[in-house]
Design a binder for this molecule. Structure first.
Ligand code: FAD
Length: 432
Protein backbone atom coordinates (compact mmCIF):
# COMPACT_ATOMS: atom_id res chain seq x y z
CA UNK A 1 0.00 0.00 0.00
CA UNK A 2 1.07 3.55 -0.71
CA UNK A 3 -0.36 7.01 -0.19
CA UNK A 4 -0.57 9.82 -2.72
CA UNK A 5 0.47 13.41 -2.11
CA UNK A 6 -1.60 15.45 -4.58
CA UNK A 7 0.42 18.60 -5.35
CA UNK A 8 -1.47 21.63 -6.69
CA UNK A 9 -0.35 25.12 -5.76
CA UNK A 10 2.33 23.87 -3.36
CA UNK A 11 5.04 22.81 -5.79
CA UNK A 12 7.93 22.25 -3.41
CA UNK A 13 9.38 19.36 -1.42
CA UNK A 14 10.41 21.30 1.66
CA UNK A 15 8.24 22.87 4.38
CA UNK A 16 5.07 21.46 2.81
CA UNK A 17 2.26 20.57 5.24
CA UNK A 18 0.50 17.85 3.23
CA UNK A 19 3.74 16.25 2.10
CA UNK A 20 5.03 16.21 5.68
CA UNK A 21 1.92 14.46 6.95
CA UNK A 22 1.97 12.00 4.05
CA UNK A 23 5.62 11.14 4.71
CA UNK A 24 4.86 10.62 8.39
CA UNK A 25 1.85 8.38 7.70
CA UNK A 26 3.89 5.21 7.63
CA UNK A 27 3.06 4.41 3.98
CA UNK A 28 5.42 5.04 1.07
CA UNK A 29 4.51 8.33 -0.63
CA UNK A 30 3.96 8.90 -4.34
CA UNK A 31 3.79 12.64 -5.14
CA UNK A 32 1.43 13.33 -8.03
CA UNK A 33 0.53 16.34 -10.16
CA UNK A 34 -2.39 16.67 -12.57
CA UNK A 35 -2.27 18.92 -15.62
CA UNK A 36 -5.99 19.55 -15.30
CA UNK A 37 -7.70 19.82 -18.69
CA UNK A 38 -10.60 21.71 -17.05
CA UNK A 39 -8.10 24.51 -16.45
CA UNK A 40 -5.79 24.11 -19.45
CA UNK A 41 -8.63 24.01 -21.98
CA UNK A 42 -9.68 27.51 -20.89
CA UNK A 43 -6.26 29.00 -21.62
CA UNK A 44 -6.37 30.50 -25.08
CA UNK A 45 -2.73 31.50 -25.35
CA UNK A 46 -0.81 28.37 -26.29
CA UNK A 47 2.38 30.17 -25.25
CA UNK A 48 1.10 30.76 -21.74
CA UNK A 49 4.21 31.36 -19.65
CA UNK A 50 2.56 29.92 -16.57
CA UNK A 51 2.60 26.49 -18.20
CA UNK A 52 6.34 26.80 -18.75
CA UNK A 53 6.75 27.93 -15.14
CA UNK A 54 4.84 24.92 -13.81
CA UNK A 55 6.58 22.54 -16.21
CA UNK A 56 10.04 23.76 -15.25
CA UNK A 57 9.16 23.48 -11.58
CA UNK A 58 7.94 19.91 -12.06
CA UNK A 59 11.16 19.02 -13.87
CA UNK A 60 13.16 20.37 -10.92
CA UNK A 61 11.06 18.44 -8.45
CA UNK A 62 11.41 15.32 -10.58
CA UNK A 63 15.20 15.66 -10.55
CA UNK A 64 15.23 16.04 -6.75
CA UNK A 65 12.95 13.04 -6.32
CA UNK A 66 14.99 10.85 -8.64
CA UNK A 67 17.98 11.49 -6.35
CA UNK A 68 15.88 10.01 -3.56
CA UNK A 69 15.10 6.93 -5.69
CA UNK A 70 11.55 8.15 -6.23
CA UNK A 71 9.64 10.35 -8.68
CA UNK A 72 6.66 12.51 -9.43
CA UNK A 73 3.77 10.86 -11.29
CA UNK A 74 2.31 13.51 -13.62
CA UNK A 75 -1.04 12.98 -15.32
CA UNK A 76 -2.74 14.94 -18.11
CA UNK A 77 -6.56 14.90 -18.00
CA UNK A 78 -9.37 15.69 -15.59
CA UNK A 79 -8.82 15.04 -11.87
CA UNK A 80 -11.44 12.28 -12.02
CA UNK A 81 -9.56 10.53 -14.86
CA UNK A 82 -6.31 11.03 -13.00
CA UNK A 83 -7.56 9.31 -9.86
CA UNK A 84 -9.06 6.45 -11.84
CA UNK A 85 -5.62 6.00 -13.36
CA UNK A 86 -3.75 6.27 -10.05
CA UNK A 87 -6.09 3.81 -8.34
CA UNK A 88 -5.43 1.25 -11.06
CA UNK A 89 -1.70 1.79 -10.96
CA UNK A 90 -1.22 1.86 -7.17
CA UNK A 91 -2.76 0.25 -4.10
CA UNK A 92 -3.80 3.55 -2.48
CA UNK A 93 -4.36 3.81 1.26
CA UNK A 94 -5.00 7.58 1.49
CA UNK A 95 -4.52 10.87 -0.34
CA UNK A 96 -2.94 14.00 1.18
CA UNK A 97 -3.33 17.52 -0.22
CA UNK A 98 -3.10 21.16 0.81
CA UNK A 99 -6.21 23.32 0.92
CA UNK A 100 -7.00 25.45 -2.09
CA UNK A 101 -9.65 28.10 -1.48
CA UNK A 102 -10.73 29.22 -4.96
CA UNK A 103 -14.28 28.38 -6.05
CA UNK A 104 -13.20 25.94 -8.79
CA UNK A 105 -10.82 24.18 -6.40
CA UNK A 106 -13.48 23.84 -3.71
CA UNK A 107 -15.89 22.16 -6.17
CA UNK A 108 -13.11 19.96 -7.60
CA UNK A 109 -11.96 18.81 -4.17
CA UNK A 110 -15.48 18.05 -3.00
CA UNK A 111 -16.09 15.88 -6.09
CA UNK A 112 -12.80 13.98 -5.74
CA UNK A 113 -13.30 13.57 -2.01
CA UNK A 114 -16.69 11.96 -2.66
CA UNK A 115 -15.27 9.77 -5.42
CA UNK A 116 -12.51 8.50 -3.12
CA UNK A 117 -14.85 8.03 -0.19
CA UNK A 118 -16.94 5.64 -2.26
CA UNK A 119 -13.80 3.54 -2.54
CA UNK A 120 -13.03 3.90 1.18
CA UNK A 121 -10.01 6.08 0.58
CA UNK A 122 -9.60 9.14 2.79
CA UNK A 123 -8.56 12.51 1.37
CA UNK A 124 -6.80 14.61 4.05
CA UNK A 125 -6.46 18.38 3.69
CA UNK A 126 -3.97 20.71 5.38
CA UNK A 127 -3.49 24.45 5.62
CA UNK A 128 -0.34 25.40 3.76
CA UNK A 129 -0.57 28.42 1.46
CA UNK A 130 -1.56 30.92 4.14
CA UNK A 131 -0.72 31.59 7.77
CA UNK A 132 -4.39 32.08 8.66
CA UNK A 133 -7.15 30.64 6.52
CA UNK A 134 -10.88 31.13 5.94
CA UNK A 135 -12.36 31.92 9.33
CA UNK A 136 -9.31 31.99 11.59
CA UNK A 137 -9.16 35.79 11.73
CA UNK A 138 -12.65 37.04 12.51
CA UNK A 139 -14.18 39.96 14.38
CA UNK A 140 -15.02 39.39 18.05
CA UNK A 141 -18.68 39.01 17.06
CA UNK A 142 -17.77 36.17 14.69
CA UNK A 143 -18.28 38.13 11.48
CA UNK A 144 -15.65 38.44 8.76
CA UNK A 145 -13.66 41.66 8.55
CA UNK A 146 -14.25 43.89 5.54
CA UNK A 147 -11.68 46.55 6.44
CA UNK A 148 -7.98 45.77 6.18
CA UNK A 149 -6.43 47.64 9.15
CA UNK A 150 -8.44 46.00 11.94
CA UNK A 151 -8.07 42.66 10.14
CA UNK A 152 -4.30 43.04 10.07
CA UNK A 153 -4.24 44.02 13.74
CA UNK A 154 -6.16 40.89 14.66
CA UNK A 155 -3.97 38.79 12.32
CA UNK A 156 -0.85 40.01 14.12
CA UNK A 157 -2.35 39.47 17.56
CA UNK A 158 -3.07 35.82 16.70
CA UNK A 159 0.40 35.11 15.34
CA UNK A 160 2.39 32.49 17.26
CA UNK A 161 5.67 30.71 16.63
CA UNK A 162 3.63 27.60 15.97
CA UNK A 163 1.84 29.25 13.02
CA UNK A 164 5.23 30.00 11.44
CA UNK A 165 6.77 26.61 12.14
CA UNK A 166 8.60 24.82 9.38
CA UNK A 167 7.44 21.30 8.38
CA UNK A 168 10.72 19.33 8.19
CA UNK A 169 9.91 17.07 5.22
CA UNK A 170 13.59 16.19 4.79
CA UNK A 171 13.59 14.22 8.03
CA UNK A 172 11.29 11.68 6.44
CA UNK A 173 12.80 11.61 2.94
CA UNK A 174 13.25 7.84 3.15
CA UNK A 175 9.45 7.46 3.02
CA UNK A 176 9.15 8.33 -0.68
CA UNK A 177 7.94 5.36 -2.73
CA UNK A 178 10.91 3.90 -4.60
CA UNK A 179 10.26 3.66 -8.33
CA UNK A 180 11.54 4.87 -11.67
CA UNK A 181 8.94 7.56 -12.35
CA UNK A 182 6.92 7.72 -15.57
CA UNK A 183 8.08 10.48 -17.93
CA UNK A 184 6.39 13.88 -17.78
CA UNK A 185 3.91 14.47 -20.61
CA UNK A 186 5.51 16.59 -23.32
CA UNK A 187 4.52 20.19 -24.06
CA UNK A 188 3.03 18.87 -27.27
CA UNK A 189 0.82 16.43 -25.39
CA UNK A 190 -0.34 19.31 -23.20
CA UNK A 191 -1.10 21.41 -26.29
CA UNK A 192 1.27 24.23 -25.29
CA UNK A 193 4.49 25.71 -26.58
CA UNK A 194 7.46 26.16 -24.27
CA UNK A 195 8.29 29.85 -23.70
CA UNK A 196 11.43 31.56 -22.42
CA UNK A 197 12.29 30.80 -18.82
CA UNK A 198 13.07 34.27 -17.51
CA UNK A 199 11.36 33.79 -14.20
CA UNK A 200 12.23 35.63 -10.99
CA UNK A 201 14.24 33.62 -8.45
CA UNK A 202 12.41 31.98 -5.55
CA UNK A 203 14.87 32.94 -2.80
CA UNK A 204 13.77 36.07 -0.93
CA UNK A 205 16.63 38.57 -0.85
CA UNK A 206 17.05 40.02 2.65
CA UNK A 207 18.17 43.39 1.28
CA UNK A 208 14.99 43.82 -0.78
CA UNK A 209 12.72 43.00 2.12
CA UNK A 210 14.76 45.14 4.51
CA UNK A 211 14.40 48.29 2.38
CA UNK A 212 10.97 47.44 0.99
CA UNK A 213 9.09 50.35 2.59
CA UNK A 214 11.45 52.84 0.91
CA UNK A 215 11.77 51.21 -2.51
CA UNK A 216 8.46 49.52 -3.23
CA UNK A 217 6.80 52.42 -5.05
CA UNK A 218 9.39 52.99 -7.76
CA UNK A 219 8.74 50.86 -10.83
CA UNK A 220 12.14 51.63 -12.38
CA UNK A 221 13.94 49.76 -9.57
CA UNK A 222 14.62 46.14 -10.42
CA UNK A 223 15.01 45.27 -6.78
CA UNK A 224 12.35 47.55 -5.33
CA UNK A 225 9.91 44.69 -4.66
CA UNK A 226 10.49 41.01 -4.09
CA UNK A 227 8.94 39.58 -7.32
CA UNK A 228 7.85 36.56 -5.31
CA UNK A 229 4.21 36.74 -6.45
CA UNK A 230 4.53 33.86 -8.89
CA UNK A 231 6.26 31.73 -6.25
CA UNK A 232 3.53 32.40 -3.71
CA UNK A 233 0.98 31.59 -6.39
CA UNK A 234 2.42 28.16 -7.19
CA UNK A 235 3.89 27.42 -3.78
CA UNK A 236 7.49 27.34 -4.94
CA UNK A 237 8.20 29.26 -1.74
CA UNK A 238 6.71 28.58 1.67
CA UNK A 239 4.61 31.40 3.12
CA UNK A 240 5.92 30.47 6.58
CA UNK A 241 9.53 30.98 5.52
CA UNK A 242 8.64 34.32 3.97
CA UNK A 243 6.50 35.54 6.86
CA UNK A 244 9.32 34.72 9.33
CA UNK A 245 11.65 36.87 7.25
CA UNK A 246 9.14 39.68 6.99
CA UNK A 247 8.60 39.64 10.73
CA UNK A 248 12.32 40.03 11.33
CA UNK A 249 13.06 42.52 8.58
CA UNK A 250 10.20 44.79 7.57
CA UNK A 251 6.68 45.39 8.79
CA UNK A 252 5.50 46.99 5.53
CA UNK A 253 6.42 43.81 3.71
CA UNK A 254 4.57 41.72 6.30
CA UNK A 255 1.51 43.91 5.71
CA UNK A 256 1.56 43.01 2.02
CA UNK A 257 1.52 39.33 2.90
CA UNK A 258 -1.44 40.08 5.14
CA UNK A 259 -3.24 41.85 2.24
CA UNK A 260 -2.85 38.60 0.35
CA UNK A 261 -4.63 36.70 3.11
CA UNK A 262 -7.22 39.46 3.53
CA UNK A 263 -8.33 39.10 -0.09
CA UNK A 264 -8.34 35.32 0.17
CA UNK A 265 -10.54 35.62 3.25
CA UNK A 266 -12.87 38.02 1.39
CA UNK A 267 -13.17 35.61 -1.55
CA UNK A 268 -13.98 32.77 0.83
CA UNK A 269 -16.72 34.64 2.71
CA UNK A 270 -18.05 36.67 -0.21
CA UNK A 271 -17.65 34.45 -3.31
CA UNK A 272 -20.06 36.73 -5.18
CA UNK A 273 -17.14 39.14 -5.74
CA UNK A 274 -15.96 36.90 -8.59
CA UNK A 275 -18.75 38.30 -10.75
CA UNK A 276 -20.31 41.15 -8.76
CA UNK A 277 -19.15 44.36 -7.14
CA UNK A 278 -18.60 43.95 -3.39
CA UNK A 279 -20.62 47.18 -2.99
CA UNK A 280 -23.76 46.32 -4.97
CA UNK A 281 -24.56 49.90 -6.04
CA UNK A 282 -21.39 49.95 -8.16
CA UNK A 283 -23.07 47.52 -10.52
CA UNK A 284 -25.40 50.38 -11.52
CA UNK A 285 -22.59 52.36 -13.13
CA UNK A 286 -23.17 52.94 -16.84
CA UNK A 287 -19.80 51.80 -18.15
CA UNK A 288 -18.93 53.14 -21.59
CA UNK A 289 -17.16 49.88 -22.52
CA UNK A 290 -15.71 51.21 -25.77
CA UNK A 291 -13.95 48.23 -27.38
CA UNK A 292 -11.54 50.31 -29.49
CA UNK A 293 -10.35 52.15 -26.38
CA UNK A 294 -10.06 48.88 -24.49
CA UNK A 295 -7.84 47.50 -27.28
CA UNK A 296 -5.58 50.54 -27.01
CA UNK A 297 -5.34 50.15 -23.26
CA UNK A 298 -4.44 46.45 -23.67
CA UNK A 299 -1.72 47.22 -26.19
CA UNK A 300 -0.27 50.17 -24.29
CA UNK A 301 -1.27 52.79 -26.85
CA UNK A 302 -3.30 55.25 -24.80
CA UNK A 303 -0.89 58.16 -25.14
CA UNK A 304 -0.47 58.16 -21.35
CA UNK A 305 3.17 57.07 -20.97
CA UNK A 306 2.93 55.56 -17.48
CA UNK A 307 -0.17 53.56 -18.47
CA UNK A 308 1.40 52.39 -21.73
CA UNK A 309 4.66 51.45 -20.01
CA UNK A 310 2.77 49.31 -17.52
CA UNK A 311 0.70 47.52 -20.14
CA UNK A 312 3.76 46.83 -22.28
CA UNK A 313 5.67 45.49 -19.28
CA UNK A 314 2.73 43.18 -18.61
CA UNK A 315 2.42 42.03 -22.23
CA UNK A 316 6.15 41.38 -22.58
CA UNK A 317 7.09 39.89 -19.21
CA UNK A 318 3.90 38.75 -17.44
CA UNK A 319 4.72 41.14 -14.59
CA UNK A 320 3.60 44.67 -13.79
CA UNK A 321 4.77 46.73 -10.84
CA UNK A 322 2.10 47.22 -8.16
CA UNK A 323 2.11 51.03 -8.38
CA UNK A 324 1.53 50.77 -12.11
CA UNK A 325 -1.16 48.09 -11.66
CA UNK A 326 -3.02 50.66 -9.57
CA UNK A 327 -2.51 53.41 -12.16
CA UNK A 328 -3.52 51.31 -15.19
CA UNK A 329 -6.56 49.91 -13.37
CA UNK A 330 -7.69 53.33 -12.23
CA UNK A 331 -7.19 54.66 -15.77
CA UNK A 332 -9.31 51.90 -17.33
CA UNK A 333 -12.19 52.17 -14.89
CA UNK A 334 -12.21 55.94 -14.36
CA UNK A 335 -10.66 57.67 -17.38
CA UNK A 336 -12.11 55.24 -19.91
CA UNK A 337 -15.12 54.11 -17.85
CA UNK A 338 -14.63 50.47 -18.78
CA UNK A 339 -16.03 47.80 -16.48
CA UNK A 340 -13.42 46.57 -14.02
CA UNK A 341 -14.27 42.99 -15.01
CA UNK A 342 -12.75 43.57 -18.47
CA UNK A 343 -9.46 44.69 -16.98
CA UNK A 344 -9.52 41.94 -14.40
CA UNK A 345 -9.95 39.32 -17.13
CA UNK A 346 -7.10 40.79 -19.17
CA UNK A 347 -4.73 40.75 -16.19
CA UNK A 348 -5.94 37.21 -15.50
CA UNK A 349 -4.68 36.07 -18.88
CA UNK A 350 -1.37 37.92 -18.75
CA UNK A 351 -0.08 37.93 -15.16
CA UNK A 352 2.42 35.26 -14.22
CA UNK A 353 1.44 35.81 -10.59
CA UNK A 354 -2.28 35.81 -11.42
CA UNK A 355 -4.28 34.98 -8.35
CA UNK A 356 -8.08 35.21 -8.37
CA UNK A 357 -8.42 36.69 -4.88
CA UNK A 358 -5.62 39.30 -5.18
CA UNK A 359 -6.49 40.28 -8.73
CA UNK A 360 -10.18 40.66 -8.01
CA UNK A 361 -9.36 42.54 -4.81
CA UNK A 362 -6.94 44.84 -6.65
CA UNK A 363 -9.41 45.60 -9.43
CA UNK A 364 -12.34 46.23 -7.15
CA UNK A 365 -10.07 48.42 -5.02
CA UNK A 366 -9.13 50.52 -8.05
CA UNK A 367 -12.71 50.72 -9.34
CA UNK A 368 -13.92 51.76 -5.91
CA UNK A 369 -16.41 48.89 -5.82
CA UNK A 370 -14.51 46.66 -3.41
CA UNK A 371 -14.42 46.37 0.35
CA UNK A 372 -12.01 48.90 1.84
CA UNK A 373 -11.49 50.29 -1.67
CA UNK A 374 -10.16 53.62 -2.84
CA UNK A 375 -13.06 56.11 -2.66
CA UNK A 376 -14.70 56.56 -6.06
CA UNK A 377 -13.68 60.20 -6.29
CA UNK A 378 -9.99 59.34 -5.94
CA UNK A 379 -8.93 59.43 -9.56
CA UNK A 380 -5.22 58.93 -10.08
CA UNK A 381 -3.66 61.66 -12.18
CA UNK A 382 -1.23 59.71 -14.39
CA UNK A 383 1.02 62.77 -14.82
CA UNK A 384 1.29 63.42 -11.09
CA UNK A 385 1.90 59.73 -10.45
CA UNK A 386 4.73 59.90 -12.95
CA UNK A 387 6.29 62.92 -11.26
CA UNK A 388 6.13 61.19 -7.91
CA UNK A 389 7.21 57.69 -8.82
CA UNK A 390 9.12 57.84 -12.13
CA UNK A 391 10.46 61.35 -12.08
CA UNK A 392 13.38 60.67 -14.40
CA UNK A 393 11.14 58.69 -16.77
CA UNK A 394 13.44 55.69 -16.47
CA UNK A 395 10.68 53.13 -16.30
CA UNK A 396 8.66 54.90 -18.98
CA UNK A 397 11.53 55.26 -21.44
CA UNK A 398 12.43 51.61 -21.03
CA UNK A 399 8.97 50.48 -22.15
CA UNK A 400 8.03 53.41 -24.38
CA UNK A 401 11.24 54.19 -26.27
CA UNK A 402 9.36 56.18 -28.95
CA UNK A 403 8.09 58.61 -26.28
CA UNK A 404 9.52 61.80 -27.77
CA UNK A 405 8.77 60.97 -31.39
CA UNK A 406 5.76 61.57 -33.61
CA UNK A 407 5.10 57.85 -33.56
CA UNK A 408 3.84 58.10 -29.99
CA UNK A 409 0.03 58.60 -30.01
CA UNK A 410 -1.67 61.65 -28.50
CA UNK A 411 -3.65 61.07 -25.28
CA UNK A 412 -6.77 58.99 -25.86
CA UNK A 413 -8.72 61.28 -23.49
CA UNK A 414 -7.91 64.60 -21.85
CA UNK A 415 -7.25 64.05 -18.17
CA UNK A 416 -9.37 66.84 -16.68
CA UNK A 417 -12.37 66.17 -18.92
CA UNK A 418 -12.15 62.42 -18.28
CA UNK A 419 -11.94 63.04 -14.53
CA UNK A 420 -15.10 65.14 -14.55
CA UNK A 421 -16.92 62.61 -16.72
CA UNK A 422 -15.92 59.77 -14.38
CA UNK A 423 -17.20 61.67 -11.35
CA UNK A 424 -20.52 62.37 -13.04
CA UNK A 425 -21.05 58.80 -14.27
CA UNK A 426 -20.00 57.24 -10.97
CA UNK A 427 -22.22 59.58 -8.99
CA UNK A 428 -25.21 58.92 -11.23
CA UNK A 429 -24.67 55.16 -10.79
CA UNK A 430 -23.97 54.77 -7.11
CA UNK A 431 -26.11 57.47 -5.52
CA UNK A 432 -29.53 56.17 -4.44
P1 FAD B 1 5.87 42.54 -3.37
O1 FAD B 1 5.55 43.99 -3.39
O2 FAD B 1 7.28 42.14 -3.16
O3 FAD B 1 4.93 41.89 -2.25
C1 FAD B 1 5.16 40.56 -1.76
C2 FAD B 1 3.94 39.70 -1.91
O4 FAD B 1 2.86 40.21 -1.13
C3 FAD B 1 3.39 39.65 -3.32
O5 FAD B 1 4.10 38.75 -4.11
C4 FAD B 1 1.96 39.23 -3.07
O6 FAD B 1 1.83 37.85 -2.86
C5 FAD B 1 1.62 39.96 -1.78
N1 FAD B 1 0.98 41.24 -2.10
C6 FAD B 1 1.57 42.44 -2.27
N2 FAD B 1 0.66 43.40 -2.50
C7 FAD B 1 -0.54 42.79 -2.48
C8 FAD B 1 -1.88 43.25 -2.64
N3 FAD B 1 -2.17 44.54 -2.85
N4 FAD B 1 -2.88 42.35 -2.60
C9 FAD B 1 -2.62 41.04 -2.37
N5 FAD B 1 -1.37 40.56 -2.19
C10 FAD B 1 -0.35 41.42 -2.25
N6 FAD B 1 -1.18 40.18 -6.75
C11 FAD B 1 -1.12 38.88 -7.07
O7 FAD B 1 -0.41 38.13 -6.39
N7 FAD B 1 -1.82 38.37 -8.11
C12 FAD B 1 -2.63 39.16 -8.89
O8 FAD B 1 -3.26 38.66 -9.81
C13 FAD B 1 -2.69 40.55 -8.60
N8 FAD B 1 -3.43 41.40 -9.36
C14 FAD B 1 -3.49 42.75 -9.03
C15 FAD B 1 -4.31 43.58 -9.79
C16 FAD B 1 -4.40 44.94 -9.48
C17 FAD B 1 -5.30 45.84 -10.29
C18 FAD B 1 -3.67 45.45 -8.39
C19 FAD B 1 -3.75 46.91 -8.04
C20 FAD B 1 -2.88 44.61 -7.63
C21 FAD B 1 -2.77 43.25 -7.92
N9 FAD B 1 -1.95 42.37 -7.17
C22 FAD B 1 -1.92 41.04 -7.48
C23 FAD B 1 -1.24 42.85 -5.98
C24 FAD B 1 0.22 43.31 -6.21
O9 FAD B 1 0.25 44.25 -7.25
C25 FAD B 1 1.17 42.16 -6.55
O10 FAD B 1 1.07 41.16 -5.57
C26 FAD B 1 2.62 42.60 -6.61
O11 FAD B 1 2.79 43.65 -7.51
C27 FAD B 1 3.50 41.44 -7.03
O12 FAD B 1 4.83 41.84 -7.11
P2 FAD B 1 5.91 41.34 -6.04
O13 FAD B 1 5.87 39.87 -5.96
O14 FAD B 1 7.19 42.01 -6.36
O15 FAD B 1 5.27 41.91 -4.70
Amino acid sequence: KICLCWMRRDLRLEDNAALYHALKSGFPVVPVFIFDTNILDDLEDKRDRRITFIYTTLENMQAQLIKKGSGLDVFYGTPQQAFDHYLTRYDVQAVFANQDYEPYAIARDAAISKHLQEKNIALHFYKDQVIFEQSEVMKDNGEPYTVFTPYSRKWKSLLTNFALKNYPCDKYASSFFQQAPPALPSYQQLGFIETDKHFPGSKPADAIIQHYDKTRDYPALDQGTSRLGVHLRFGTISIRTLARKALQLNETYLNELIWREFYQMILWHFPKVVTESFKAQYDNISWRNNTAEFEKWCKGETGYPIVDAGMRQLNTTGFMHNRVRMITASFLTKHLLIDWRWGEAYFGVKLLDYDLAANNGGWQWAAGSGCDAAPYFRIFNPYLQTTRFDKELKYIRHWVPELDTLQYPPPIVIHEAARKRALAVYEAGIKP
